[in-house]
Ligand binder design. Structure first.
Ligand SMILES: [Mg+2]
Length: 298
């Protein structure tokens, strides 16, 4: 019995009647390349990538197509999935409901969950005092800036300005920056209508490096939409695939418009990864080994 000839994927054909193909041909080529790596890590930012951006952070949910393709990728052999978020881990779990095997990096890299034995983030007494101080300063600013609000994280405090008028938002961020930017041990990050403060130095770049090593990935896919995601995109190497969601500046090689396109991207990645894994199984099968002749010893 000979192996079946490789059939072109019906979903690729315009006659397939499937959803409209919006991904650029170069991006589809890159997906095909990265999908055939030995061990693939699919690491996604959550807000603005898996989920559309929403006014109330606790209402964010992954789009169904993205969630389904991400879960299916998680179940494949030699394939790891991860979420790399600015959210605290608890908040990320609550909105993302990730598959049990999905690796999690939260608080922009300050927190990580790699399984039941993962170490929890702990602050030393100095960091705890500093965090309390940062919180007091931020609280004073928020109290006089209508529409702004604070979010507590294990290692930081976030100033949210999405619901404030532009003037109020700008003034609040400027006041927080002025009070905190020269404080030793305090690290600030700008995001979309947020100012993040942390008493732990971390970045999504360190997060993606850490995940690459701990998963043993031979290639990484990363998608992000915000300024802080550029740290992760900047750590990608030849053979990886970086995807920017939205129109802001980026060093990513590829770009899509919105989280809706991310669903299509993940479905294409799932399709190609499944195909590559199936081809590998065929190549490794005993009947194939006989057809190729026995391996020479030595
Ligand atoms: Mg985001």
């Amino acid at each position: 019995m000979t192996p079946d000839p490789i059939q072109p994927d019906a979903a690729d054909s315009p006659a397939a009647g499937k959803a409209r193909l919006t991904l650029a041909p170069e991006l589809l080529d890159a997906i095909r390349r990265v999908a055939c790596t030995e061990h693939l890590l699919v690491a996604m930012d959550f807000d603005g990538v898996m989920s559309p951006l929403v006014d109330h952070a606790d209402e964010a949910r992954a789009l169904p197509r993205s969630a389904a393709a991400f879960a299916a990728l998680t179940a494949l052999p030699r394939t790891s999935t991860a979420l790399i978020s600015g959210r605290a881990l608890d908040s990320l779990r609550a909105v993302a409901s990730p598959p049990a095997e999905t690796l999690l990096v939260g608080s922009h890299g300050a927190e990580a969950w790699l399984g039941p034995n993962s170490a929890q983030l702990t602050l030393d007494p100095e960091q705890r005092d500093l965090l309390a101080d940062v919180r007091r300063i931020m609280k004073e600013i928020v109290d006089v800036a209508p529409g702004t609000l604070l979010e507590d994280k294990p290692a930081g405090v976030v100033l949210h300005t999405r619901l404030a008028s532009d003037d109020v938002a700008e003034d609040a961020v400027a006041a927080a920056r002025a009070a905190l930017q020269d404080r030793e041990g305090v690290f600030l990050k700008n995001g979309k209508r947020v100012l993040e403060s942390s008493v732990v130095h971390a970045s999504k770049g360190e997060g993606v490096q850490f995940l690459r090593q701990s998963s043993g990935a031979t290639a990484v896919v990363f998608a992000g939409d915000d300024v802080t995601d550029e740290d992760a995109l900047g750590r990608l190497v030849a053979g990886d695939l970086g995807l920017k969601v939205g129109f802001d500046f980026t060093q990513a090689e590829f770009r899509v418009e919105s989280p809706v396109d991310v669903g299509e991207f993940l479905e294409a990645l799932l399709r190609e990864r499944t195909r590559c894994l199936a081809l590998d199984v065929k190549q490794d099968s005993p009947e194939n080994a006989i057809a190729d002749g026995p391996e020479s010893a030595g």
